[in-house]
Design a protein around this ligand. Structure first.
Ligand code: AMP
Ligand code: ZN
Length: 465
């Protein structure tokens, strides 16, 4: 049996066939670090991570890459608003992204490349396109020549003629074709710039992802993921730039996550229904939010409501209770066919990652175990061990909805929130070179028995040292 899932390119559920046997090479578009990421972003990032974990559960060796876009118009604007450098803005929100992801139970990618650290590869890619006649330079800007790639529109099923009509309205008259898009932006005063053979400037957003994906995963890799909104133009442009250069398929499978709405409305700052991930994590345990998200199929829209979250708490409690029960259930005679539950779990997840069907299997297992315990018999040791191991592999490792070995999840959120605030203030102090303040935070915490450790994936804290 093998994993099948929906490929946006073919608009069909397809059986997964990796480029290399037993391996999955996967790329997901990461954050643009100009602000804290919101609960919609969190859905996409978490889903992508859960799917990566499921491939691991099924025995694949997964190489998972998620970029960090640390140079962009929004970052530059934010830096101007706050009178900071773009680097300091990017540094602050990269740290916040890694910290909030960790708190939300999203495992770091194997590689989190940053655009500003991939400039040489981006320049080489653009130069390759210029040399191949697929890009051209005007006044220090570089544009992709849309007519150089005849399959343009194959992912989003748009055609150049229709796009041309829309693009004419705002057409930059210097471009050869209204649909041509920027690969490189000429230096403007006060903006970060890099030297390139055609002049100083900075890369466009689309080309960053092509360069980072191919650098770490090769010219053709297995899965490219991201939110629905990225299908056009971002992913379409990534395909065009990459394939016009390599003449190979860029990614074999395109995976897109449905959007999160709030009370059936689009989340937006202007509507006042906008939540950052760290805000929600101050109110609900990560496991509850994850369970809530995972009840909805990854491709569908998710309507985020307070009632839904509260209901998720109750549902999740049953699985947490099962986990606790299995840790100290008396041994007895009753046998449970755990392998059959595992088979059903795999069947559900192999079918386009049907997480809610997978939860149903876990609930059925909980019911059978509770019934047999209530009947008075303890569980046969082998069954208990098998059930425990299955739950650890599914609910703990794949879904991240049960935390093991730590403080009970629901009671930890306040301290987590306070610690996160201190870690952020310290990161900001460091970004602004206020060493006395950052040292005071670290030393003050140490006196309270809390130590901070700066890791590649952000600052972690622990007690008892
Ligand atoms: P951005 O930082 O806006 O580029 O978004 C980062 C990731 O989050 C992308 O994969 C987006 O498609 C995804 N995303 C943005 N908004 C939402 C939303 N409301 N629901 C789900 N995913 C989203
Ligand atoms: Zn991207």
């Amino acid at each position: 049996m093998s994993i099948s899932f929906y490929n946006t390119m073919s608009r069909k559920v397809e059986e997964f066939k990796p480029v290399r046997d037993g391996e999955v090479r996967m790329y997901c578009c990461g954050p643009t670090v100009y602000d804290y990421f919101h609960i919609g972003n969190a859905r996409s990032f978490m889903m992508s991570d859960v799917i990566r974990r499921y491939f691991e559960y099924r025995g694949y060796k997964v190489t998972y890459v998620m970029n960090i876009t640390d140079i962009d118009d929004k970052i530059i604007r934010r830096a101007q608003e706050e009178d900071m450098s773009s680097e300091a803005v990017a540094e602050r929100y990269t740290a916040a992204f890694l910290e909030d992801s960790a708190r939300f139970g999203i495992r770091p990618a194997d590689i989190h490349p940053r655009a500003t650290q991939t400039i040489d590869d981006i320049i080489a890619l653009i130069q390759g396109l210029i040399d191949a006649g697929a890009a051209y330079v005007i006044d220090g800007d570089v544009y992709f020549r849309i007519n150089a790639y005849e399959a343009y529109g194959k992912l989003s099923r748009k055609n150049i003629a229709d796009l041309e009509v829309g693009a004419r309205v705002e057409a930059d008259t210097r471009k050869e074709h209204p649909v041509d898009f920027a690969l490189w932006k000429n230096a403007k005063p006060g903006e970060p710039t890099w030297d390139a053979p055609w002049g100083k400037g900075r890369p466009g957003w689309h080309v960053e992802c092509s360069a980072m994906a191919m650098k770490y995963l090769g010219q053709t890799f297995d899965i490219h993921a991201g939110g629905n909104d990225l299908i056009f133009p971002h992913h379409e442009n990534e395909i065009a730039q990459s394939e016009a250069l390599t003449h190979q398929p860029f990614a074999n499978y395109w995976m897109h996550f449905g959007f999160l709405n709030i009370d059936n409305e689009k989340m937006s700052k202007s509507l006042g229904n906008f939540f950052t991930t760290r805000e929600i994590l101050g109110k609900y345990a990560a496991e509850v939010i994850r369970f809530y998200y995972l009840q909805t199929h990854y491709r569908g829209p998710l309507n985020f409501t307070q009632e839904g979250l509260d209901a998720a708490k109750t549902g999740l409690r049953k699985l947490q209770t099962l986990h606790e029960t299995l840790l100290d259930v008396p041994s007895g005679q009753t046998a449970v066919d755990v392998a059959e539950y595992e088979r059903r779990f795999v069947e559900a997840m192999d079918d386009d990652f049907n997480t809610s069907a997978a939860f149903a299997v876990l609930f059925d297992l909980a019911r059978e175990i509770n019934t047999s315990i209530q009947k008075g018999g303890g569980l046969e040791t082998a069954s208990r061990d098998a059930a425990r191991s299955f739950l650890e592999q599914s609910a703990v490792d794949v879904f991240g909805i049960i935390r093991t070995g730590g403080t009970p999840v629901a009671d930890n959120t306040l301290l987590d929130g306070v610690m996160q605030l201190l870690i952020d203030i310290r990161a900001e102090a460091r970004a602004e070179k206020q060493w006395a303040l950052s040292d005071r935070i670290r030393d003050g915490l140490r006196e309270l028995g809390i130590s901070l450790e700066d890791t590649r994936d952000g600052t972690k804290w622990k007690t008892g040292e």
